[in-house]
Structures are given as structure tokens and as C-alpha cells.
Write a protein that binds this ligand. Sequence first.
Ligand code: ADP
Ligand code: MG
Length: 420
Amino acid sequence: MRFGIRTLDEASLRGKTVLCRVDINQPVDRETGTLKSINRIAACVPTIRELSDKGAKVVLLAHQGSDIEYKNFYTTKPHAAVLERLLRKPVQWIDDVCGPAAREKIKALKDGEILLLDNVRFVSEEQTLFEKKLRLTHEQQAKTLLVEKLAPLADLYVCDAFAAAHRDQPSLCGFEQVLPSYMGRLFEKEYCTVSQVMEAPERPCVFVLGGAKIADAFEMMNTVLERGVADRVLTGGLVSNIFLASQGKPVGQGSLDFIARSNYSEYIEKAAALYARFGSKIQLPEDLAWVEDGARREAALSQLPGDITALDIGSATADAYARVIQDAKTVFVNGPMGVFEKAETELGTKTVWQALAGTPGFTVLGGGDSITATEKYDLTEKMGYICTGGGALIRFLSGEELPVVKALRHGANIPESKVR
Ligand code: ADP
Ligand code: MG
């Protein structure tokens, strides 16, 4: 038991039918039906291997995308082939989620065999919008089609989908109401790592917050400063442009227009309020970079031309941030320092990311683009911990109770049954 949740150390698995929820949601090329990345599939391999090696009949539940944001709503068939390759074991797959065909297939599984079901979001109750349109309690989720059809076939439920731990949906929160429940190895590692940062970080603890997801960044910054988790916050990306604007510092008219166009003007006031309370801990850039005639230009704030759009922190700022990171014991990172996708505006991110790789402190990094930057600079092996969860991680660091954590704590009290 860790944090009130059972771990796989406590599960007796041989001969048991295990429903295991994973997050193997990946970017998909729908033209060719191929996956553009497999990092999340690789991350849950240890749990699946352990369940299979210990003789469980493993039934994998997973979602793939949504068409609301990313246009990657798709079948899980390609994932089964990737899993099979990574596990070096057969992985069965069926184009059904909880209908008669899927149920027959589950009943026919032998000890150690693995079956991946199709996209759980093909069942309407699981749809992404569902949690906003129609909120169901966890007890109500236990009465949805998915849970009613599959739970009677299973002995226990394992959740390894930390990246989806902020989702309040039947495949994630319903089964814990009726089956003895456990967290998988990946969930355990991710949840314990981020809990450690939140509850007892080694100090100094530095947060590096950049990127463009302003609502998330502000919420998280407020919580970690208010609770005294962060000793210092280094700002970059759009986050720092908004803070500079809130202090009446020059950022360039292009930057102000971009903030207004992105509907982030209200955050200028929020930044002013945060800075008034915690200004001594929030570090802002002293210089900024922009692109002119296809080349990088930089200037100290006092020298900044009036009309530019700031797309990166300047090199003096990047060096100052690198020094703070070097002396930190814990560093949490979310969001790049600038538009690192372009060569002219990657210096800030590259310098800071190299400092992250070099610091003796423990680094925790999350967020899709932050991970892309890490891969671009070939620093994956040098980071302390790379979290597969973006949304879940940010919700957690914003002080919210994750629905799946709550459900798993509930499912920890359901006693294990005998082998059926
Ligand atoms: P993550 O995916 O790591 O959580 P975000 O999605 O919040 O990070 O932000 C990443 C995006 O922010 C990148 O595409 C990057 O180009 C963009 N970005 C960074 N700095 C700026 C800036 N100053 N102005 C506009 N966009 C920026
Ligand atoms: Mg992103």
C-alpha cells in the first residue's frame, strides 16, 4: 500500500483475470494508420509483462485520442502490434470493447495471455465530452455498460494510466467501485515521484514554467507558491511575456497583440496579483529575443524595439536560469522557454534544457512539447524523471485531487476474491 493505494506487490495474480487500464494514446497518422510515437506504449510494458509473467489473464483497456482537439480518434489495432514487438509475446486484439465477441474472447484467455480491446471511447459513455456534459458519480460510473459487462468477468482491476488520472470516466473510475483495485508500476512510479515533489521536495526547489498553456501555468504557479513548494519560479515563453506586461515592462507591441489575440488579456491582471504576493520568488527575463529578416535578434528589456514579438528569452536570461538550475536540489519543468521548433528561437530552451541535464539536482519534466524538446536535444537519458502525463501532472500540481487516485483508494478496500 502506498498513498492509500494497493501496489502490484500485494496482488495474487496467477489464474486471475485482470482488467488493466493503460494510457497508450499516441499521435496517429490517419492517412497511413501508423503511430507517430510509441513512448507511452513503451512506458506501460513493465506492468503488462509483470502481469503476464505472474500468470494473469491480461485484458487491456485503452483509449486512442479524440476528434475534438487532435483529430486522432482511432482504433487500438496498431498499438497491439507495437506492444507485441516490445513485449516479445503474442498480444491478441479484437475489434470490440465490451460486446459478446469481446466477452467470449476474455473468457477464452489462458494464464499469461494478453488481449487488447478496441478503443474504450467507442463506447459513448466514455467520450471525452462526457465529463463536461454529464457528470456521473463513481457509483453511477459502475453502472455504465462498460463496467456492467466486463467487471463480472474479472477478478481485479489495475490502473496504469497515470496520464489519464485526471479523467472522470467509467474505464478509469468505475471498476474500482466493484473490483479489488491496484495501481500498476508506471502509475506507482509517476504518482510517487510527483507526490514527493509536492510534499517533501529537496530544497531549493525550482519550477521552470514556460510554454503557451497559460491557464494551466497560472493555476500551478499559484498553488506551488501558496503552499511553499516552490522556492523559485523561472518564467519563459508566453508566461514570461504576460508577467513582463503585468509589470509595465517592455515586451514589444507584437507580443501584446499576440496575448490579446489569444484571449489571454485577463491573465495580465492575474499575473500582477501573483507578482504582488510572490514577486521575490518569481524570476522574469532580463532580455528577450525575436526574429527579424530571418535572423535572431536579442536585446535587454531597456533596449527592446517597440514593435517586436518576443519568441524566446535572451541569452543573458538563459544563462542566469542555468545558474539557478545548477544550484537547485529539485527542478520541475513544464513548457519551453520559446518557440524551440525554429532554429532562431531555440537558444533559450536549449540552454535551459542542457542545464537541466547537467544539474546534480533531481529533475522532473512533463508536457508534450517539453518532452519533444528533450528528445530534440537528445537529453532523455539525462533527466531525472520524464512524466508521461501532461494534464494529470498539471492538475495534481495545481492541488486538485485526481479522480482516479480517489477511485483507486476506494478500490483498495474491496477484498480480493478467490480464483474463479
Ligand atoms: P508543454 O506541451 O510542454 O506543456 P505548451 O504546450 O504549454 O508546453 O507550450 C509549448 C508551445 O509554446 C510550443 O509550441 C512553443 O512554440 C510555444 N511557445 C513558446 N514560447 C512562446 C512565445 N513566446 N510565444 C508564442 N508561443 C510560444
Ligand atoms: Mg503542448
